[in-house]
Write a protein that binds this ligand. Sequence first.
Ligand SMILES: N[C@@H](CCC(=O)N[C@@H](CSC=O)C(=O)NCC(=O)O)C(=O)O
Length: 284
Amino acid sequence: MSFETTGTINSFGGKLLKLAHESKVTNTQMKLNLYLPPQASSSKPVPVLFYLAGLTCTGDNGAEKGFFQHKASEKGIAVVYPDTSPRGLNIPGEDDSYDFGSAAGFYIDATKEPWTKGYNMYSYITKELPEALFSHFEELDGNRVSITGHSMGGHGALTLYLRNPGKYKSVSAFAPISNPSKCPWGEKAFGGYFGDDNKSKWAEHDATELISKFPNDTDILIDVGTGDNFYKQGQLLPENLEEAAKKAGKKVNVRYQDGYDHSYFFISTFSDDHVEHAAKYLLA
Ligand SMILES: N[C@@H](CCC(=O)N[C@@H](CSC=O)C(=O)NCC(=O)O)C(=O)O
């Protein structure tokens, strides 16, 4: 698969590439950003951190406002910023709400019509995109990959990690939707993409349900702001994940950050810590 490079921007001594490619999995063109740190120009391939963004986002939000490039440049880690859904499939209702359809792909493969037409962000992020990137960019080391994300993307990072033991070296999340089967955003998305009667499928994409089934030890870093309105409204439910992790004997370190909200001011404050967390495993 070939990538079109539509822009190249200098950032912290490296390059942010604006990319587009045709996806067989989503049946659309997909856009993304790829940050190559300065070390990518040496002969040794660099490890990779995927950042999954939240509702209403594209691959631009994290690249422009997350400040991941700061620490990634220092550590020699590439960062992939994918889009959050297919775009323009012409499914009725696709663009009607901010929390379902466009920019709300929830990192699942839909099983319910008409969303099966291309709402396959799980396969796109875990298979098609990395395979395409690692065969096209020899600067990237496909054997050293970590994942992080925000809100809906935090849910994506946690569930992709927990569903694929060994695929990612580490995981972390900012204000993740931690128990989607039990919050309004998740109920709407899983009901729409899987069906209200398909609760076993819901559980397959719920970090709180998955953690006890994960076969390996974990070291999961999560930040949540105590001033986050979505946290206060019960959309995130990190306590449910903490409780399930405790019962399962898994390490999940949830840091409740005093007064921080849900925005990129919160993410950019702690993004260095999340890149450091990934670096601990990617550079071990
Ligand atoms: N428009 C919505 C709120 C949308 C919102 O806050 N999106 C967050 C992610 S929320 C969970 O996935 C986001 O990252 N927005 C982009 C940004 O640049 O801040 C509403 O009004 O409630």
